[in-house]
Design a protein around this ligand. Structure first.
Ligand SMILES: [Zn+2]
Length: 418
């Protein structure tokens, strides 16, 4: 039995080519100009559709174990495949925190039972994410991260990097110096902060990044920067890369498409860490997505319950959902406006993130049949009430968009169909 995708426009990593593609036994079995005859069970007419490797998200909060009322591995991965993602990296701000082999197994058992796509868990950098004692990561984690907070102690980060370098472990860093965030900080320390809301300064991100890059120079571990939001951080990553350091970084759809000027009402759907920054910061992020300074787009999908998000900017929880609207929002505002070539957007959702975590990628015979089918001509309105995710808070709610994921195939099986 297999699955034949007929007449699609295949994204190759550099361009598009019209081909048929046959999946069999979880793998891509054949690619050709005209595959026909017996040997397949299911058939998809992909005329006018783009066929891409499945999207990869380096930064997803699935909330389970520990906060299943916000999201579960089942609902989060249902949202992932509806958004075209076939691999998501799960962040470790969970309960129990995956900071030991024992605690990681708790999460892995739920993944094995409930996940609808590949879930690669991050372990924490420090025990219980408390920033004090460095963990000893085990096989089965994609890397280590204390996401949600920065590692405040330079000494602790140095020890983590030293170990990561020796064992070739990826560190994914949420850079935030807590001393440089105002008490109750909820927006960028810019125009909104001048209107009486507590600010989160750009320095709180880039000064900790600067410290980390100094340490990377010494220890040479693989170092990835989460949700880069400031122009200064972009400058530092660009310099580090040109110096040959093993550094990569990600940008979220909301930071790439929105800035503080878009915060039009006192609504929790505009509250996340780091916050939406200035229009100059946003421009720098887009430039860096185009020139290769940024390796990947990552959603930072961070679901919360409605009662945690309907308390305005000051009192709502930090974080917005992203899996189900990332592609269309980016395609509409960057590709349809001719800011970014379509190939580049697809690269940032597929090969780019895969390279960071050394995951094989591409529509090639023998690779896993993880495939996303896109209708670039579809138009629709983002409506969070229709999400598979339990989280409904997104700044893109109500946005008119173009481009729709119509089908997602994971290991040769259709796991989502519009
Ligand atoms: Zn974070």
């Amino acid at each position: 039995m297999g699955l034949l995708i007929k007449n699609g426009l295949l994204y190759t990593g550099s361009g598009f080519i019209k081909r048929d593609l046959l999946c069999r036994d979880s793998l891509i079995a054949e690619i050709g100009e005209d595959i026909s005859g017996e040997g397949y069970g299911e058939y998809i007419d992909a005329e006018n559709l783009v066929v891409s490797p499945g999207f990869v998200d380096l930064h997803t909060h699935l909330r389970e174990p520990g906060a299943s009322y916000k999201e579960t591995i089942s609902t989060g991965t249902a949202a992932a495949v509806a958004g075209g993602f076939t691999t998501v990296c799960a962040m470790p701000n969970l309960n129990p925190v995956p900071d030991s082999a024992e605690n990681l197994v708790v999460q892995q058992e739920i993944i094995a039972r409930d996940a609808r796509c590949q879930v690669l868990p991050f372990m924490s950098i420090t025990l219980r994410r408390m920033g004090v004692h460095v963990t000893s990561p085990v096989a089965g984690c994609v890397g280590i991260s204390d996401d949600g907070s920065g590692v405040q102690s330079e000494e602790v980060m140095a020890e983590a990097m030293n170990q990561a370098a020796r064992r070739d472990i990826l560190i994914s860093a949420h850079c935030e110096d807590e001393n440089l965030v105002s008490e109750g900080g909820c927006v960028h320390d810019g125009v909104l902060a001048k209107n009486g809301l507590a600010g989160i300064s750009s320095e709180s991100e880039y000064l900790q990044l600067q410290r980390d890059l100094r340490l990377v120079e010494k220890y040479r571990c693989r170092y990835h920067v989460c949700h880069v939001s400031t122009k200064e951080s972009i400058g530092m990553v660009r310099k580090a890369k040109s110096d040959g350091l093993p550094v990569s970084c990600e940008v979220t759809p909301h930071h790439a498409l929105l800035c503080e000027d878009d915060v039009v009402c006192d609504d929790g759907r505009f509250k996340m860490a780091p916050p939406l920054r200035s229009s100059q910061d946003r421009s720098a992020l887009v430039g860096a997505l185009l020139d290769g300074t940024v390796d990947a787009i990552a959603t930072d999908h961070a679901p919360h319950a409605a009662f945690e998000k309907n308390r305005g900017l000051k009192d709502s929880a930090m974080g917005v959902v992203g899996l189900e609207c990332a592609f269309a929002a980016l395609y509409t505002d960057l590709v349809k406006t001719a800011v970014m070539p379509f190939e580049r957007l697809l690269f940032l959702l597929t090969f780019g993130p895969s390279n960071v975590i050394k995951l094989p990628c591409g529509l090639e015979i023998g690779n896993k049949a993880n495939i996303t089918l896109i209708d670039p001509n579809a138009t629709w309105v983002i409506d969070s009430r229709e999400f598979f995710s339990k989280g409904r808070s997104t700044p893109f709610d109500g946005k008119k968009v173009a481009g729709k994921v119509v089908s997602t195939i994971f290991e040769g099986k259709k796991v989502y169909q519009l």
